[in-house]
Design a binder for this molecule. Structure first.
Ligand code: DX5
Ligand code: ZN
Length: 217
């Protein structure tokens, strides 16, 4: 492995009754970013949490937040989420009519911009805006729920995304989200991923340090 992989535990799988403790625990265990899944019950079938809860998360976090917006027409809320000064604000390419404008709006707020692509969305959806994409989030499950199985076609997609990034000469980082465990993590890294999101494989483990360590190996 030539590059250093970063792990972003997804708080969706944390125990919400003791969120501050869960955050402290994954931070101590070696997490690089905190992945925050916002679901609106419209763009995805599930509802998770919004700004009120993220305010509490931001208060306790000492590592950067990575906010994954699974919401329809995210432009309406960019301001609201930018207040928490996340490292990345990630929108779904399928959720906005004017992706280029949305990315500009995120940058205007002084935040790095991310674009997520569903398993069924081709890479060509971001080809024209890649210079404005700081983080490309490849969904390896259909968004909405934790604990699903990794869709294996994602490996090839990571590789093609990497080629597109090299070809266009951008600094875009590749993040993979969904079904990340010991086996799938290894392959994602081999295919060119930079950041792995992991929910159940971290928060479902007895020992978070061990769980994150295994994914980074
Ligand atoms: C799914 C979310 C993921 C999810 C990952 O819609 O975007 O971040 O929490 O959970 P696991 O790692 O359990 O697949
Ligand atoms: Zn996510």
């Amino acid at each position: 492995m030539s590059h250093k992989i970063k792990i972003a535990p997804s708080l969706l799988a944390a125990d919400f009754g003791m969120l501050a403790q869960e955050i402290a625990n994954v931070e101590a265990a070696g997490a690089d970013l905190l992945h925050v899944d916002v679901m609106d019950g419209n763009y995805v079938p599930n509802i998770s949490f919004g700004p009120v809860v993220i305010e509490a998360i931001a208060k306790h976090a000492t590592i950067p937040l990575d906010i994954h917006l699974m919401i329809e027409n995210p432009d309406r809320y960019l301001n609201e989420f930018a207040k928490f000064k996340p490292k990345y604000l990630v929108v779904h390419a399928e959720a906005t009519n004017h992706l280029h404008r949305t990315l500009q709006a995120i940058h205007d707020l002084g935040i790095q911009a991310g674009v997520a692509l569903n398993p069924g969305t081709p890479l060509s959806a971001i080809e024209e805006v890649l210079p404005y994409v700081d983080l490309l989030l490849l969904m390896s499950v259909n968004p909405g729920f934790g604990g699903q199985s990794f869709i294996p076609e994602t490996y090839n997609k990571i590789e093609r995304a990497k080629q597109m990034i090299i070809y266009q000469g951008t600094k875009t980082k590749i993040q993979v989200d969904g079904g990340i465990n010991k086996e799938t993590a290894k392959q994602c890294i081999e295919h060119g991923a930079d950041i792995l999101v992991a929910g159940s494989s971290v928060f479902g483990a007895d020992d978070y340090t061990n769980a994150i360590g295994i994914l980074k190996e």
